[in-house]
Design a protein. Structure first.
Lengths: 407, 407
């Protein structure tokens, strides 16, 4: 079943906020067979909201709205929805109690502007917001449904899990969507497409999507014909894995960091990182995964050369001879950090993220990555494309691929 | 002038990719007076593309499309646009030469599938893509304009700067949009709204938007009446700054990391960070700013207690007495890292990011932040809300506010 999302807020259109809510919603709804068919971002304007709702409700029977429900004057969604559905107001006493608790906990006064957040359209059900002050709302009219939630990501998540999904589950009993995703690393998209050109012709009822990002290409096989059996879908999936062979980095959609943590756990090893040009990006991506602390020891961000020498025990003469951006220094960095933090698996990076600092011999994007497992160390040289952030993401992906080839 | 963006790609709707292109486009177009009035994300489907284009071109005279221009079979945008504008094909020889160069540099063969990327609709101008293989396209029909670009962020940026903006600048000579943004930190949105309720009533022709995120609230004053003079706008802005007084963290929209780097440069100091629960997030946000290396020395991510003891010289007995999550340990961490990396400004964090690890005494979200400037050290205790990532962002913002109060 198709679902549309409408996000409300000038800030989303002015480039001051990145919309992650619709990404989250797509991820939790897809396994229920609810597929996002369109996302529309509009301004905080009455006319914009009404027009977008009219258009979406003409196409689909479930619309999810995020944003525009804060306590301040620029948030008008609640009153627009109330008049759209032609209803009056009510006070939700559970919400009021919740507001009083939050403000008592914060030690600040509950102002009238906040109390008004407990005033809701009387034709709506409350979608309780345990993580914030603005409750969500659920409307139904002529067999069409609208859920409205505030725009704060943690609140969208809480409302969805605690209030929205329990409402949706019994309402839309649909055959689940079927799709699987695998991950390849450092193989160009066009090379994969060439290899799979025959395969793509022999999967009737299925579609294959290429999702390239920073030297990683994910491939998603999706059932498009609902009559196709799960067994046939599974056979196509196995075919795909076979076709790609060792180009498959991981037969899942999980992140590179999750792969690293799993690998370390399986081998009963701990991990340390030493980062120069990537400035903590790799370590932080690892730590973003809950439970990382059982195998991840820590990192030294040796942004300054003196830190490489003092903390990681890189020889000063080595830096003078080969430069800080060199295979030799990367090698000593990974050895140094594994010794310092007492870890068996290690990753070290030294390079030039740009946009300045490059030379003809070592252009922007140059990086040496050293990886270590037990006593084995591999150091490789790459030139990675993109801006500063792209460079760091590619460095992470490249380091993981390099580690996998050793493992 | 209003502009609409259409993003094409199943991956954007399935939650596998976050759309950052439209954020970038909004940021570069706003100063030119081109404001994004609506963003629509649609599937890789012919009908979806045509419908969305029809709708957008009925509302505005400039539409920007991103996505769906890769070399693979699931990308159909080019052929749909060709038939939408009713034209044939041409070979762009500059693009072909560019493709040959890229593939020679990569050392891989230029396949037919890639060569086809030089084949473009003959009614379109080429928007040259220096960063990738898929060129952008520019269409004009009855005084309406459509620019189509691939979906890779670095390529969108390059095409926009090198090809799109030079086309737009002479075409749309409009009075520039006028807006300014300031940043507050750790002041609740509702408290700010209360303080500004009178101010908001005495700024005719202007609007004030609240942009809250992770304990930071940005306030954006926008000119809504094009006849309002720049001088009056500037007076409103000064009024706003005055009203807020020392609640203003920064009178700009720049990031917390930029503020830190600027402050360190002004004081001729260098910065070091020691992170436990935030696992490199703070350091990496600093390093994401180009040029950070002149004042940022590096960091120790002391995720494991042994690293706190061995590297940062935190006393073992202190950890045993007070726990690793304590004011005492945060204090020694900041002293330790500043001594180790020879820095005058320091930030250290120790806490519990969750979702597990919390206790009644120290719940998930507990954090001790130590900040140091010269010989002064401040350690404070906070309980921060949200998931793992939210926790890290709030920790960064809180640490900067704490540093500012010392400075």
């Amino acid at each position: 079943m198709d679902v549309e999302i409408i996000t409300i807020g000038d800030e989303l259109l002015m480039g001051q906020t990145i919309d992650t809510n619709s990404v989250y919603l797509a991820q939790v709804l897809a396994p229920l067979g609810l597929n996002i068919s369109r996302k529309t971002a509009i301004r905080d304007g009455k006319h914009d909201i009404i027009t977008a709702l009219d258009e979406s409700l003409a196409r689909v029977s479930l619309v999810l709205i995020t944003g525009g429900l804060g306590p301040t004057n620029d948030d008008i969604t609640k009153s627009v929805l109330q008049s759209y559905f032609g209803c009056g107001t009510r006070i939700d006493h559970d919400v009021l109690t919740h507001l009083q608790r939050i403000f008592a906990f914060r030690g600040t006064e509950l102002f009238e502007i906040n109390k008004m957040q407990a005033e809701l359209p009387d034709c709506s059900k409350t979608l309780f917001n345990s993580q914030g002050t603005a409750p969500g709302m659920w409307f139904e009219k002529n067999g069409r449904y609208v859920a409205a939630m505030p725009g704060v990501p943690g609140e969208v998540k809480a409302i969805t899990e605690e209030s929205l999904l329990p409402l949706l589950a019994p309402l839309f009993q649909l055959p689940p969507a079927l799709n699987r995703t695998l991950t390849t690393a450092l193989i160009p998209e066009s090379l994969i497409a060439k290899k799979l050109s025959a395969f793509e012709k022999r999967i009737p009822g299925c579609g294959l999507a290429y999702l390239p990002s920073h030297n990683v290409v994910k491939l998603r096989l999706t059932r498009q014909d609902p009559l196709l059996s799960g067994e046939v879908f599974e056979r196509f999936w196995q075919d795909l894995l076979q076709e790609l062979g060792d180009w498959v980095f991981s037969p899942t959609d999980s992140s590179m960091s999750e792969w690293l943590l799993d690998t370390a756990r399986k081998r009963h090893m701990t991990i340390a990182t030493a980062e120069s040009c990537t400035g903590g990006y790799i370590g932080n991506q690892i730590v973003q995964i809950a439970g990382a602390s059982d195998v991840y020891k820590g990192s030294v961000i040796a942004y300054d050369n003196q830190v490489k020498i003092d903390v990681l025990k890189v020889e000063k003469t080595l830096i003078e001879m080969h430069g800080a951006v060199s295979a030799e220094v990367a090698h000593q960095m990974v050895e140094g950090v594994c010794a310092l933090l007492n870890a068996k698996m290690g990753i070290a990076t030294t390079g030039i993220a740009g946009p300045s600092g490059g030379s003809e011999e070592k252009p922007n994007g140059t990086i040496y990555i050293a990886t270590k497992i037990d006593d084995a160390v591999v150091v490789k040289h790459y030139v990675l494309r993109g801006n500063r952030h792209d460079f760091m993401v590619r460095a992470l992906n490249t380091a993981m691929k390099q580690l996998q080839e050793m493992a």
